[in-house]
Design a protein around this ligand. Structure first.
Ligand SMILES: Nc1ncnc2c1ncn2[C@@H]1O[C@H](COP(=O)(O)OP(=O)(O)O)[C@@H](O)[C@H]1O
Ligand code: SF4
Ligand SMILES: [Mg+2]
Length: 354
């Protein structure tokens, strides 16, 4: 694995050789017959104040990675070093129960589905105000004031706080989810496909809200998505995952302009074409995503890769830094010239930003 250790300690989060294997159990005795290697030796870092996009097809391990960071799962191996403002630099999987409560204040999540992630029996006041009660931070009238403030921040009217989630649209519900996630002033927010369930017209509004809140509140994001154009719009750097492994990681402009991994190239060509910058060659991602319980030999991408050679079937490439800050795991990274897009000024669904 490459050494992604920061000489200056500038990283807010540093994930090293992270693994999560889910056992596959069969029969009456529930014998373990194999493992789903959902996250398999993944290393990356996130600098304070930036957004790292984590992208890949469904099933490649993005949500599991996010859940490991939140300590919803205990990893099979590896470390997750987080610079907590109260606890200092800690390894999340080793944290004891008492300190977990503190950590929960500083790492929060925004979920994909704003319909199932909000309790339908709770009012907005209860949903957004609950973290203050759980963490014994405020009570009574103070909670009301804080909730009103949060609702305003996410573009909702404070008068709505007595209503229930069913009274709101998908985009509004996601705003409620964001308000709850931000209630305790987190340092890091894991955004797990926060716009994937929303209408395209609403997606840009939520992405822009997340960006505005990031600069106002000095937030750091791990932004998970399967859509390259969404990731491009919001990320400072992007990490690409395939079947539990990281295959490429670079600054957004680098990754989109000069991708080094054939999977990244194929993902970009799969973007629907209203955006003319995405080339029309349409490198189809043929075949299914490999099964993480039974991955192919060598490079996991080889059955779908149009550049594969016999070596690719035999040897698994490891992630290496090919250019400064540009990591890739492909045997042929130096010799291939792959198609990218000019990603300096991003046009996203009619919304213009840089
Ligand atoms: N709790 C679980 N038990 C067993 N397998 C799981 C569990 N959660 C996820 N997986 C499997 O791990 C792989 C990665 O899943 P996930 O992290 O949800 O991917 P993504 O978010 O990229 O779609 C998939 O093959 C999925 O079926
Ligand atoms: S290592 Fe080989 S199969 Fe894998 S992405 Fe590179 S060229 Fe394709
Ligand atoms: Mg997911």
């Amino acid at each position: 694995m490459p050494d992604t250790t920061s000489p200056t300690g500038e990283y807010l989060l540093e994930v090293k050789n992270l693994k999560k294997y889910f056992p596959i159990q069969k029969g009456f005795m529930r014998r373990t017959v194999g493992n789903v290697k959902a996250v398999d030796d993944v290393s990356f870092f996130i600098r304070e104040g930036e957004t790292l996009g984590l992208v890949g097809e469904s099933g490649c391990g993005k949500t599991t990675t996010g859940r490991l960071i939140l300590r919803a799962y205990q990893p099979t191996g590896g470390s997750i070093i987080f610079k907590d403002r109260n606890l200092g630099a800690i390894n999340i999987p080793e944290l004891d129960k008492r300190h977990m409560l503190t950590l929960r204040r500083n790492i929060q999540i925004i979920f994909q589905d704003p319909y199932s992630s909000l309790n339908p029996r709770m009012t907005l006041l209860e949903i957004v105000g609950e973290p203050f009660i759980l963490h014994k931070i405020a009570s009574g009238k103070e909670i009301k004031d804080r909730v009103a403030e949060l609702l305003k921040k996410v573009g909702l009217r404070p008068e709505y706080m007595t209503r229930y989630p069913h009274a709101f649209s998908g985009g509004q519900r996601q705003r409620i989810g964001i308000a709850r996630a931000l209630a305790l002033g987190p340092q890091l927010v894991v955004c797990d496909e926060p716009v994937s369930a929303l209408d395209v017209s609403i997606q840009a509004q939520i992405l822009n809200l997340l960006r505005d809140l990031q600069s106002e509140l000095h937030l750091t994001y791990l932004f998970v998505a399967h859509d390259m154009s969404v990731v491009e719009h919001i990320s400072d750097r992007v990490a690409v995952m395939y079947v539990g492994k990281l295959v490429e990681m670079a600054e957004t402009e680098q990754l989109f302009g000069s991708p080094l991994h054939p999977y990244t190239e194929a993902l970009m060509s799969a973007v629907p074409k209203p955006d003319p910058r995405y080339h029309d060659t349409n490198i189809l991602l043929e075949g299914e995503v490999a099964d993480p319980a039974n991955p192919p030999s060598g490079c996991y991408f080889h059955p779908r890769c149009r550049y594969a050679t016999p070596l690719c079937k035999q040897e698994t490439p490891s992630l290496r830094e090919v250019r400064p800050d540009h990591f890739v795991s492909c045997h042929r990274a130096e010799e291939l010239t792959l198609a990218g897009v000019t990603a300096t000024t991003v046009t996203f669904k009619g919304k213009h930003s840089t």
